[in-house]
Every structure is written in C-alpha cells, then in structure tokens.
Design a protein around this ligand. Structure first.
Ligand code: HEM
Ligand code: HEM
Length: 125
C-alpha cells in the first residue's frame, strides 16, 4: 500500500472514533474525555488526512524512504497516545502509569514529523 493511501484510509477511522466520543460527551454532558477526543480527531484524523493529501500531491516525497518511516512512526505514536489518553481521562490509569510509553510515543510522532518536514523541503513544489 502506498504511504498516501495508507494515511487516507486510516484517517477516517480515527474520525469515526473521535466523533463517537464527541457525541457521547455531547449527549451525556460529561466532557472529561475532551482532550482524548481532541487528539483522536487532530493527531489521528486531521493530520493523517493532511499527510495523505500531501503525499498524493507530491509523489516524489511519497516515494522517499522518509515517507515510509514517517508513516510507521506516526501510526505507532498516534495509536499509543490516543489509547493512553482515553485510558487516562476515563480514570483507568494514572498519569504516572503513562511513563515511559507516552514519552516514547511522543518521540516517535516527533521524529516522524521531522521526516515529513525534511521530505516537504526536498519535494514540495
Ligand atoms: C459530531 C461531531 C463532534 C461532536 C459531537 C463533538 C463534541 C465535542 C465536545 C462535547 C467537546 C467538549 C467541549 C468542552 O468541554 O469544552 C469537544 C471538544 C473538542 N473537539 Fe469535538 N466534537 C465533534 C467533532 C470534532 C472534530 C471533527 C474535531 C476536529 C477535527 C473536534 C475537535 C475538538 C477539539 C480540539 C476539542 C477541544 C476543545 C477545547 O479544548 O476547548 N471535534 N468536542
Ligand atoms: C505528540 C503529540 C502531542 C502531544 C504529546 C500533545 C500534548 C497535549 C497536552 C498534554 C495537552 C493538554 C491536555 C489537557 O487539557 O490536560 C494538549 C492539548 C491540546 N492539544 Fe495536543 N499534543 C500533541 C499533538 C497535538 C496536535 C497534532 C494537535 C493539533 C493538530 C493538538 C491540539 C491540541 C489541542 C486543540 C489541545 C487542547 C485540547 C483540550 O484541552 O481539550 N495536539 N496536547
């Protein structure tokens, strides 16, 4: 699967989960999951759609090994962070229990973003 298709196919599933949590919050009036909802929608859906569209617009960027590295780092990092945020804000784990997985996942996302930035500098037209 190409990197652009990978991002574009996975993003809507984050949107569905994010919107379901939003609807649950709106319906119940309990907004404690808002930060988890925000990051599922933004880190999951919005960023992945933008990455997918950028890679489909600039095929040279998508063909670079940096794109594949970015894809896997973002998939792993975003999934781990979103799951941890749901567990944290639903009161199932403590903030201390997120260590060291959360910083590792944050680093994975960040390194992926640096790969994306370098790739865009090289190939965006
Ligand atoms: C049917 C769809 C959605 C519903 C019902 C919904 C509902 C909500 C609710 C109830 C909150 C908590 C508000 C608060 O306590 O201040 C919230 C926060 C938030 N939502 Fe949604 N949402 C939806 C879709 C989205 C989408 C598609 C995005 C982004 C692409 C998004 C981004 C956010 C963000 C960033 C926050 C946090 C805002 C803040 O910190 O004040 N939401 N949403
Ligand atoms: C590794 C990536 C990220 C980390 C570690 C991170 C971390 C955080 C933290 C710790 C908060 C405060 C949560 C709280 O209210 O207790 C926050 C809030 C927020 N972040 Fe992020 N963030 C990340 C990525 C992003 C991205 C990519 C976006 C947007 C595209 C974003 C948008 C927001 C918004 C809108 C809020 C306010 C939401 C709320 O308070 O409910 N974040 N983030």
């Amino acid at each position: 699967m190409s990197v652009s298709r990978g991002f574009l196919v996975i993003a809507p599933f984050y949107m569905i989960v994010g919107v379901l949590i939003g609807a649950q919050m709106g319906g119940s009036g309990d907004h404690t999951l808002a930060p988890a909802h925000a990051h599922i929608n933004l880190l999951g859906f919005t960023l992945m759609m933008l990455f997918g569209l950028a890679y489909s617009r600039f095929p040279d960027a998508a063909a670079s090994p940096l794109a594949r590295l970015h894809f896997w780092l973002h998939q792993a990092g975003a999934l781990i962070l979103c799951v941890l945020l749901v567990l944290l804000f639903s009161g199932r784990i403590t903030e201390a229990a997120m260590f060291p997985l959360a910083p590792i996942a944050e680093l994975a996302v960040l390194i992926g973003l640096v790969c994306f930035a370098v790739n865009m500098v090289r190939h965006a037209r």
